[in-house]
Design a binder for this molecule. Structure first.
Ligand code: UD1
Length: 427
């Protein structure tokens, strides 16, 4: 298993290009199941998660071609016909969001058999909102032997869906089916994340009629068929926020390019409140901190967009370990998302966790240690903590990191970080 070794102490200087958003790319790829024409996605991140989904789509009948196009990395997907409407366990368990092929399969083939993704270290993550919403669109749902069987022999019909609480995945999943349903679908209490808007934009470019994405009420007028399109994946606000924290922790002066600062307002406000200098332009964010200036402790509460993203909580906790004073971090989206706290403590952090609240008392410095990652965001928080720690940190469980961060070592070492990947048994 690969590990990442970081020797802390170097300031970061230079530019970091931000990739397309992982969380958007994998939903956009699933949209290719809705048409027999090619879907060309540009600004595509090259990640383990996009590879996993490519493998699954391939099994369902999609051809997936990756190119280095004139606009950077692109993927062209085409599903001339659905050759199988079965998503098997060995492919779905690799990545939870693979479950989102159920909606498009159901919409186009009128049936689907998709494995339940199973448990997840960051909480129970049920799928009840998804399944109840498909029932509202006229599907019959049976769960048996770890699989969901969904059928709508006469096709899906429009419906009125009111989500009990905000779910990014369920909002996207219903969009991915309702676009081909008969009649109008209204989604209330929809998630407003930029990735939802990105998906709706792509579906509209394919001929769908989606209105209101980015607000809590989305209206979809179903159409009989969709066509091919070209679409650029929205920049990854989580990757951008992660590197911003890396600079804030290590010190230095880095410009993040190819970003949408307006998608990161709540996060950037907290970063500035912590004493980090942030200058934004239309597509760049410049982050500066002098290492001799102590960070200030600020409190954070995760919220659905436009609030502070749960996917940046671990990174911000790492930052707060070096702040002056006590910071209270509240996680309101997932019930078990503080596993990184124990690993940060092994590097000298002073953190106590009670339920959904962590109290981080800033220390003068962290020390390098062997640490283990538990999920994609937790693993990157340990890497960036290592950048600011004395001595060497070795992060295990790097396969988590590869799910969501493209060329992490290259992007950081180009700015002066001492970071390298240890493969296999390399000491
Ligand atoms: C997505 C993101 C993830 C991010 C999260 C919240 C992807 C691939 N993943 O995850 O990185 O952290 O949004 O911004 O895009 N819930 C239910 N029943 C359901 C569905 C969800 O109770 O049927 C609950 C979940 O347990 C959780 C909350 O709703 O407590 C929010 O989850 P959701 O927004 O659905 O997260 P994901 O789409 O899984």
């Amino acid at each position: 298993m690969d590990r990442i070794a970081v020797i802390g102490g170097a300031e970061l200087r230079g530019e970091i290009p931000i990739s397309g958003a992982k969380n958007s790319a994998i939903k956009l790829m699933a949209a290719s199941l809705l048409t027999d024409e090619p879907l060309r996605l540009t600004n595509m991140p090259r990640l383990a998660d996009t590879r996993f989904l490519g493998k699954l789509l391939n099994r369902l009948g999609t051809t997936v071609e990756e190119h280095d196009g004139p606009d950077g990395p692109e993927t062209v997907l085409q599903t001339k016909e659905i050759v199988s409407a079965i998503a098997p366990h060995e492919l779905v368990r690799e990545m939870r969001a693979s479950f989102n092929v159920l909606g498009p399969l159901l919409a186009r083939s009128r049936q689907a058999k998709v494995s339940l993704p199973g448990g997840d270290p960051i909480g129970a993550r049920p799928l009840d909102f998804h399944l109840n919403a498909f029932a509202e669109l006229g599907a019959t749902i049976d769960i048996n032997g770890g699989y969901v069987f969904a059928q709508a022999p006469r096709g899906l019909k429009g419906g009125h869906i009111v989500f009990p609480s905000i779910s990014v995945g369920a909002t996207e999943h219903i969009l991915l089916a309702a676009v081909l349903a008969r009649g109008e679908t209204l989604i209330e209490n929809a998630a407003c994340e930029p990735e939802i808007v990105d998906l709706a934009d792509c579906l509209n470019a394919m001929g769908a009629r989606v209105e209101g994405a980015g607000t809590s009420t989305i209206k979809i007028n179903g159409v009989p068929r969709l066509h091919g399109a070209a679409h650029a994946v929205v920049p990854d606000r989580i990757e951008a926020g992660t590197y911003a924290v890396a600079v804030a922790m290590a010190g230095g002066d880095v410009t993040l390019t190819g970003v949408r600062p307006e998608h990161m307002t709540a996060f950037l406000e907290r970063l500035q409140a912590a004493g980090v200098q942030v200058d934004v332009s239309q597509n760049t964010i410049r982050v500066r901190r002098r290492p001799d200036v102590r960070l200030k402790a600020v409190d954070v509460e995760t919220q659905p967009f436009p609030g502070f993203a749960t996917d940046l909580q671990a990174q911000f906790m790492a930052l707060m370990t070096l702040a002056d004073g006590e910071s209270v971090i509240r996680e309101t989206i997932f019930e078990n998302r503080f596993m990184h706290a124990g690993e940060l403590a092994r590097m000298g952090a002073d953190i106590s966790v009670q339920g959904g609240e962590a109290r981080v008392r800033g220390v003068d410095g962290l020390t390098g240690a062997p640490v283990a990652a538990s999920d994609v965001r937790a693993s990157v928080c340990l890497v960036i903590a290592g950048l600011a720690a004395r001595g060497q940190t070795v992060v295990e469980g790097v396969h988590h990191l590869d799910r969501g961060f493209e060329r992490l070592e290259q992007k950081l070492s180009a700015c002066g970080a001492d970071i390298r990947r240890l493969t296999g048994d390399e000491p």
